[in-house]
Design a binder for this molecule. Sequence first.
Ligand code: NDP
Length: 394
Amino acid sequence: MKTLIIGAGGVGRVVAHKCAMNSETFGEITLASRGKDKCDQIAGEIAKTHKVAIKTAAVNADNSQETAELIRKTGAKIVINVALPYQDLAIMDACAAAGADYLDTANYEHPDEAKFEYKLQWAKDALFKKAGRMALLGSGFDPGVTNVFCAYAAKHYFDEIHTIDILDCNAGDHGYPFATNFNPEINLREVSARGRYWENGAWVETDPLAIKMVWDYPEVGEKDSYLLYHEELESLSQNIKGLKRIRFFMTFSQNYLTHMRCLENVGMLGIKPVDHHGQKIVPIEFLKTLLPDPASLGARTKGKTNIGCVFDGLKEGKSRKIYIYNVCDHEECYREVLSQAVSYTTGVPAMIGAKLMLEGKWKQAGVWNMERLDPDPFMDELNKQGLPWKIVEI
Ligand code: NDP
């Protein structure tokens, strides 16, 4: 077996470590990214801690042909895309052309438009079916594990699910006045966008961060949680039977929001180039240069994340409410794979999705979202691979 991982950021590091820790499934592993240096650094860590040698390469994944050539050269049968959402379509095309399966953790976005939807990725279903290959979309935590929690609740706990609230809490402290826990550009574009949720067959829009609730997160405590639009709402609203409402909430501290609003008010979140002394500069790209690299936060972050779903519905005619969640500790993640919990909770499910595809447990032709597949083997792997979950009736 041969595996290609594209992207050597915070998430790429976790995927590479975890694939190496499961090398009997992933075989010969190549880690490629725009620059080879970061790949070499991660390969060095893995050789030291796991005694596994992985190969490295440079690739511009915006270029589909170049990526297809790399897939052929490495002989990879699966590509785990943990570069940026901008590269999704080009890497999907490369996989279909070179005869490899594809997996990502984030919905395609165009760099010039702060908007994401599955339309263009779903449109590649026929291409993947024709190639006899599988594309698994959104195999991170949210999307990813949250979709699997939904499929698991639907399979084992409910005849009908009526409402789902996805609750994402990061109570980690990195000690900086302001930093983002994953790619700042992607993170700030998502948080500053208008809110949206799905109810009774229609989308309801809100001003950014206009709806707030306080949730008591197990092992973390009460946190302000704000309604955001999040990509899994698009597929789950179509795939969960009997659903009446689905929403997504994320926690933010007042400090984070004050910094973000200030940056937004002065134009630093802009995605269109501005003229600066004769040079064209995209404000949010410049801001990314100024902010701490998320991959560097691991060593300093303390505290926990808690991500889960609250379900409400019917089982055998009776109403029922359950909460499925995972708690992850930043410092424990760092000890295991030299990354903080946000990268860990994304990278481990990416590895698990790929593992199930390679083992034939999740093998299908075409383009798939997570909740359409059998949740049981994925839920088992979460417990074995470092992301144990709990279910409580509430
Ligand atoms: P980083 O910015 O830390 O890393 C991205 C990596 O991709 C970098 O190594 C970067 O290289 C590389 N890259 C960027 N452009 C190209 C290109 N054209 N060709 C090849 N490589 C490229 O991001 P993260 O690791 O934090 O996030 C990775 C992905 O995970 C993102 O898509 C993010 O949206 C997703 N994510 C998903 C979550 C989920 O739960 N589903 C949660 C968190 C993140 P360079 O260093 O040269 O820029």
